[in-house]
Design a protein around this ligand. Structure first.
Ligand code: SF4
Ligand code: SF4
Length: 323
């Protein structure tokens, strides 16, 4: 067990720091870069292709707990199940009917929320692309009671299990579209594929980016994980859901006060030409790696607390309505 030291005295394990590259993750992410560019893989990717690959490998070595290992084995087993072949004959439906059917299927497969938007090539990592026009974003709610244990291993198990659920939902939905004769590609974590899903999720109405660098959903707060399906079906798109959470962050310090390595930056930053909330990667990662993925900031966020989050959303709506 690791003690949470809010007096900011967390000292990273020298074994981890011995593997630390002579590079800054913030620089790879484009912190303080005024001009726009596409993102670069910084973590959760093929370790042989990223600067922080040795540190990423150490994460698994450090967090080799039996319950985590069992969850990861199950995830690997389910990931290996192949998708069905694409049917030769393509089913034809209107955009309205496809959209309704996809929502129905996604919820039936286990999604907690669904949003659709047009695919923006700028969401792909440098050097990557995909021949699709739309992205179906899937939210998978995590169990708040399980996440309350963060940064204990049991919260890490909850995260792994919900990534597994996201993988299953995205594979099932992509499989359904393939059986209908339409190309589709599932995207799921924790390893990053060709694109970063967060901007797509924001565009698809999954919520707002919070100070802790994660999305705040109006129903689940930050207690959820993302998966997606890429497709070129004609679909009706959702709009961003601006309910006031990101502005609320300006006056709230709950996550930054709770973050042991003090990684959550108090002001919005310029990242690859865009002003947004940003977490200091180089400060966060050592603690994250030693605590099976930490999870403190997403759990302490008041929007994540059942009941509290609903009241906050209602209060923000009243404030905007002038009542
Ligand atoms: S995940 Fe990172 S930013 Fe969030 S509380 Fe943990 S160390 Fe801090
Ligand atoms: S804890 Fe407060 S500042 Fe942090 S993301 Fe949640 S609302 Fe924003």
């Amino acid at each position: 067990m690791i003690a949470i030291m809010r007096d900011r005295t967390f000292t990273p394990d020298p074994e981890q720091m011995a593997l630390w590259p002579d590079a800054s993750g913030n620089q790879i992410n484009g912190l303080n870069e005024a001009g726009f560019r596409r993102p670069r893989h910084v973590y959760w990717h093929d370790p042989d292709q990223i600067t922080f690959g040795q540190v990423q490998k150490w994460f698994y070595q450090k967090n080799a707990d039996p319950s985590l290992d069992e969850s990861r084995r199950e995830r690997a087993r389910l990931t290996a199940i192949p998708l069905p072949e694409q049917a030769a004959k393509a089913t034809s439906r209107s955009a309205t009917d496809w959209t309704a059917l996809i929502r129905e299927k996604a919820f039936a497969f286990g999604a907690s929320d669904v949003g659709i938007t047009r695919l923006d090539p700028n969401w792909f990592y440098e050097g990557y692309s995909a021949p699709f026009s739309h992205i179906i974003v899937l939210a998978i709610a995590m169990d708040y009671q399980n996440m309350k244990a963060a940064p204990e291993i049991s919260a890490g198990v909850e995260v792994v299990n919900k990534y597994t659920r996201g993988m299953q939902v995205s594979k099932n939905l992509a499989g359904f579209l393939l059986e209908q004769g339409h190309a589709a590609e599932p995207e799921f974590g924790p390893l990053a594929g060709p694109m970063t899903v967060i901007p797509a999720a924001l565009a698809a109405g999954m919520g707002e980016l919070g100070k802790h660098g994660s999305i705040i959903h109006r129903k689940f707060g930050s207690c959820f994980r993302l998966a997606a399906v890429l497709t070129s079906l004609p679909l009706e798109c959702d709009s961003p859901d601006d309910f006031g959470a990101a502005d609320f962050c300006a006056a709230c310090q709950v996550c930054s006060n709770a973050c042991p390595p003090d990684a959550i930056m108090p002001e919005r930053q310029i990242v690859r030409g865009v002003e947004k909330w940003y977490v200091n990667f180089d400060k966060c990662l050592p603690f994250f790696n030693e605590t099976a993925g930490c999870g403190i900031c997403v759990t302490v966020c008041p929007f994540s607390r059942p009941g509290v989050g609903d009241n906050l959303v209602a209060k923000l709506a009243r404030r905007r309505g002038g009542t």
